[in-house]
Design a protein around this ligand. Structure first.
Ligand code: BT5
Length: 334
């Protein structure tokens, strides 16, 4: 049998989490774990170094502040309700790109649902090697490994599956407390907007044979508690965060756990029932229908009225001549 040895700090942490309204004395902890009070004191220091806020009173003992838990692997895993997404987590304080690391893990055989998460990315990337702003301490940067048994030609649908899961998650955290609740919208193919400003982006990368997918990595970046001044000047008018839109600080732990749960639910739905339910849900978040849009492609620009998406996930544009064009990639502006 495989025995997982849990580090003593994690066990002490669990005990502290059960007792957040009163202090736990050093003696109680020392009796509970059969360690000297000095040893307990050292472990408490190690826990503090992990970013936990522990009040230590010489007379009363220790108390953990659960309002201010750090964003780390222990907290993301604790009470996670998914069955496979996020069951295997590689967490980094800082990394170049969670997508690149996830691709390395996937190439070495990581299982479906394994994720990489970082507090900060040094080379966070968007499509076509564009930069994704990834400051520390405020946002979500995560990549999910999937191994769908579908033809590679359908892989772009997974960006739309993810967009629905992200939009649903964002919607859940948009309460402002004042009765006003903005609704997220999706912009084809990979943006989630609030009040027309980008708050999340998705980068789907694939490794496949001609007729078989080896793996897909879904990279998701969400601006959660990022403030306006943290954005570079050129993004301040076109990008936003949940905090900017609600005026509230949002727990990244709650957010990412909900995100994994929604991702898992929509992915299962897609694998079981195909793209149609996703197409419907995505269309409900799509507010560009009927609008004149411009699509910048690698070497050309196409204009037309956005009609929606077809059952492959392609954007449908009705041109002046009445003909409908299917757009497979590009950047859309209204
Ligand atoms: C995207 O690309 O929107 C995909 C972003 C995916 C980021 C995640 S984070 C976890 C994982 N690891 C990675 O390295 N990437 C993924 P695209 O549609 O090409 O949009 C990129 C453009 O969005 C940039 O050129 C900027 O204009 C804008 N942008 C950059 N950072 C932003 C941010 N934090 N918030 C909003 N807009 C941003």
């Amino acid at each position: 049998m495989k025995v997982n040895k849990i580090p003593i700090e994690q066990v002490i942490l669990r005990r502290l989490k059960k007792e957040t309204h009163s202090y736990l004395s050093g003696q109680t902890l020392s009796n509970a774990f059969g360690l000297s009070r000095t040893a307990i004191w050292k472990h408490i220091h190690a826990i503090k170094d992990m970013g936990y806020d522990i009040e230590a009173s010489p007379a009363r003992g220790y108390r953990l502040n659960i309002e201010n838990l750090p964003f780390n692997k222990i907290e993301i895993s604790s009470n996670l309700k998914t069955s496979f997404i996020g069951r295997d987590i590689a967490f980094y304080k800082e990394i170049d790109s969670t997508n690149d690391t996830a691709k390395e893990f996937a190439a070495k055989g990581a299982e479906e649902g394994a994720v990489t998460v970082a507090d900060c990315q040094k080379k966070g990337k968007g499509r076509l090697s564009r930069r994704w702003e990834s400051p520390a301490g405020v946002n979500i940067y995560t990549s999910i490994i999937l191994r769908p048994n579908i033809s590679p030609m359908f892989a772009p649908q997974l960006t739309l599956v993810s967009a629905v899961a992200v939009a649903e998650t964002v919607a859940k955290f948009l309460n402002t407390g004042s009765g006003y609740k903005p609704e997220p919208t999706v912009k084809w193919p990979n943006d989630i907007l609030i009040n027309s400003k980008k708050t999340a982006g998705i980068l789907t990368e694939m490794n496949s044979e001609m007729d078989r997918i080896n793996f897909v990595v879904i990279g998701i970046g969400v601006n959660v508690n990022m403030t306006k001044k943290m954005f570079p000047e050129e993004l301040r008018q076109i990008a936003t965060s949940l905090k900017e839109e609600t005026g509230r600080d949002i727990s990244r732990i709650d957010f990412i756990q909900t995100l994994y749960l929604n991702m898992e639910r929509w992915y299962k739905e897609y694998i079981k029932n195909g793209f149609e339910p996703v197409r419907k849900a995505w269309t409900d978040y799509f507010n560009m229908r009927g609008k004149m849009v411009k699509v910048q492609q690698l070497n050309s620009v196409i204009e037309g009225i956005a009609i929606g998406i077809d059952n492959y996930g392609a954007l449908l544009l009705k041109g002046k001549d009445g003909k409908v064009a299917r757009i497979l990639s590009g950047d859309v502006t209204v």
